[in-house]
Design a protein around this ligand. Structure first.
Ligand code: SAH
Length: 382
């Protein structure tokens, strides 16, 4: 080791980053205990010459007690605390802004990640449950023309811990009584924020595992309370079917025919409506979980009565076993977009036609739309 200071880079050159861990020289998000299984957490501490049994205490602080201030981790020896926290609980993101709607029961947070990427999450409290809507990617590569996030392209995948941290932050707000209605818990998580979860498959599955792992390994949530929403990456839906974690699958269909779906959900040119719906049906068969078909209602685009009939036929062609229900989302209008929300009477007729075919149909509330926190509005483009 030498005490000579590192040479100052010549003017106009960029200093070399200290860590090269990706082929393109891109730095990875900090490694955090939420990225790891409990055995891996222990091993990591030991590798760093720290006592492995402390991993469980750190995990308890994070997942069970929802502590984020190291000062409060008084069961850790003061001399070791900062090393332990640095090893397994590095800061992952900072809140830049929080917006509230619905008398404080809907809260949208804009997060800045370690590399400056911006993502959003939304906490929604209802009388009987509290849901966190999480982002799984910074940006999105799926390019659906009616979605705000789709317009900016993909910046990067999020890590497992970055995804989990959004839920833990919501759980802290609930536990601390920051949301009107008294202290409570997060019961549901929906992967309906920014990004295509199945395009970041491993990190998303890791996050789902952390959410359902019993405390202190994870948050101990029920898989039934977790919904993964996808444009329909068919091979990934098939892979999800084999994971043995019965999350709810939501399929963003938005059109029952290939011609229109090719335009609204461009990945449809790779995986047709028939292939996609079949993969969803297989998912329902295997997991016994009812699939949710998402359908954003766009005036004059996909809201015609004949399309409701066709959608009903497509879904019913797989049997009337009750494998599916349709969730109509009144389009959240994006400024400057050619897509507008369907008229109420057209939505009513759409519901009526689907129900007459025996397909259970609900119309989603559009919570948070005034703070641009509703589905498809999360853009985080500062
Ligand atoms: N990539 C995932 C998650 C995206 S957001 C997916 O596509 O499923 C969750 C839902 O919001 C999707 O069904 C998406 O199509 C829908 N959505 C996107 N933009 C919307 C908008 N402007 N209004 C209403 N729903 C929208």
């Amino acid at each position: 080791m030498s005490d000579t200071p590192a040479p100052t880079p010549a003017a106009g050159t960029t200093p070399l980053p200290l860590v090269f861990d990706e082929p393109r020289g891109r730095k990875k998000p900090p490694r955090h205990l939420a990225d790891l299984t409990s055995a891996e957490r222990k091993a990591l501490l030991e590798e760093q010459g720290l006592p492995g049994f402390r991993a469980k205490q750190l995990s308890t602080h994070y997942f069970a007690r929802l502590v984020d201030d190291p000062e409060q981790m008084t069961d850790l020896p003061a001399a070791q605390r900062s090393d332990l926290v640095a090893a397994l609980l590095p800061p992952l993101m900072t809140p830049l802004r929080t917006l509230e709607a619905d008398k404080g029961t809907t809260r949208k947070t804009l997060w800045k990640l370690f590399d400056g990427a911006l993502v959003e999450s939304v906490l929604m409290r209802y009388p009987d449950r509290a849901t966190v809507c999480v982002s799984s990617q910074a940006g999105c590569g799926m390019a659906c023309p009616f979605c705000a996030t789709g317009q900016g392209g993909l910046q990067r995948n999020m890590s497992t811990a970055e995804i989990v941290e959004q839920v833990v932050a919501g759980a802290r707000s609930m536990a601390r009584g920051e949301v009107p209605g008294g202290p409570g818990r997060v019961s549901n998580v929906v992967f309906m924020g920014m990004g295509e979860p199945l395009a970041n498959y491993n990190a998303v599955i890791g996050a789902v595992r952390r959410l359902v792992d019993p405390a202190p390994d994870g948050l101990g949530m029920s898989a039934r309370g977790i919904t993964v929403s996808t444009v329909g990456l068919v091979p990934r839906i098939r892979q999800l079917t084999t994971e043995g974690i019965p999350v709810t699958l939501a399929l963003s269909l938005h059109a029952p025919d290939d011609e229109l779906r090719n335009e609204l959900v461009p990945i449809n040119t790779r995986f047709s409506v028939a292939e996609t719906v079949e993969a969803a049906w297989d998912y329902a068969q295997t997991t016994k979980r009812r699939v949710s078909i998402e359908y954003a209602m766009m005036r004059g685009i996909n809201d015609q009565a004949w399309r409701a009939d066709l959608l009903g036929e497509v879904l019913r062609s797989y049997g009337d076993w009750g494998w599916v229900h349709v969730n109509l989302i009144p389009l959240n209008e994006i400024q400057g977009s050619r897509f507008t929300r369907s008229r109420d009477e057209d939505m009513d007729e759409f519901v009526r036609r689907l129900e007459s075919k025996g397909v259970p149909t609900t119309v989603r509330d559009t919570r948070g739309s005034e703070i641009d926190a509703a589905c498809g509005q999360l853009a985080a483009l500062e």
